[in-house]
Design a protein around this ligand. Structure first.
Ligand code: GLN
Length: 284
């Protein structure tokens, strides 16, 4: 059966709608562009072009995966973050647009002579790479517990030609020497409560629980980083972490209990509390 681009898109959008996708047009277009190896503009320019049998077979295989709910980013193997194309895999969280807020907040708090940034639980390397790409004179270190994530992040640095970043394997601060001190420590750790019903909906069903779920109502890793961060921050350095939209108030309280000052919460693009930060000042 021969189908034009337009007819194929129309048919697959209908199937995606029936399966409850909340982004059927984009899903169909991204998958078809991936199979055709063409930009989105191609679909609009050549709607009447006939898709070959081989392309149709490849497209249908990907569409089937999407119809079972698998995230588009895992199907096509990449996701854009801070305008950087990043490879993703099911060992890591898919970078979210809201996490770009953490990058913005970090860039806003860099002093002119800042030298070093640490990103804990870096996954694809998204946050570390975004900051490193903006500030080529900074040394950025990204840490992840998973070997596969470290390899993925290194590959992402290469693809994007970013050289001022280094990735290490280990649990949180484990691969960092106590003599290394940082101007800013950033993290998007797991922060979802294991009983959160949100875990059985949408993309997160396919993402690793280790990147999503934390003990103590989602606070355990946030608190671990806050406790130990004090030993790795330069005087006046900042710790900033992404968190759930209902965790801001509690987290500000924890930051203050741990002796951080100038504690504040920043909102994401939807206006939800998303990033809390505090400054570590010795002898304050
Ligand atoms: N913001 C993500 C979500 O709710 C979770 C990210 C994380 O746990 N660090 O899907």
């Amino acid at each position: 059966m021969s189908l034009s681009i337009e007819a194929l898109l129309k048919r697959s959008i209908q199937s995606l709608i029936l399966e409850g996708s909340d982004s059927p047009q984009v899903d169909a277009a991204v998958l078809l562009c991936h199979v055709l190896d063409k930009p989105r503009s191609y679909l609009l320019t050549w709607p009447e072009k006939i898709v070959s049998d081989e392309e149709l077979g490849n497209f249908n295989a990907l569409l089937e995966r999407r119809l079972t709910g698998e995230p588009i980013a895992y199907i096509v193997g990449y996701r854009e973050f801070w305008s950087l194309p990043l490879k993703v895999s099911p060992t890591t969280l898919i970078p979210r647009p809201d996490t770009e807020r953490l990058v913005e907040v970090a860039l806003d708090h860099l002093t002119p002579n800042a030298q070093s940034i640490l990103d804990l639980g870096t996954g694809t390397g998204a946050i570390a790479l975004a900051i490193a790409s903006e500030m080529p004179t900074l040394n950025v270190i990204g840490v992840d517990y998973q070997d596969d994530a470290v390899e993925l992040a290194k590959g992402n640095a290469k693809i994007n030609h970013i050289n001022n970043v280094e990735f290490r394997q280990g649990s949180w601060f484990e691969p960092i020497s106590l003599s290394d001190k940082f101007d800013i420590i950033v993290s998007n750790p797991p922060y979802i409560d294991g009983n959160d019903p949100h875990l059985s909906e949408g993309d997160v069903r396919f993402e690793p629980q280790t990147a999503l779920v934390a003990e103590q109502n989602g606070f355990s890793d946030l608190i671990h980083i806050m406790q130990h961060g004090r030993e790795y921050l330069l005087n006046g350095g900042w710790l900033m972490m992404e968190h759930g939209f209902e965790q801001g108030e509690q987290l500000r309280h924890f930051f203050e209990e741990h002796g951080y000052i100038n504690v504040k919460t920043e909102q994401d693009y939807a206006g939800n509390d998303r990033v809390t930060l505090g400054q570590w000042v010795v002898d304050n």
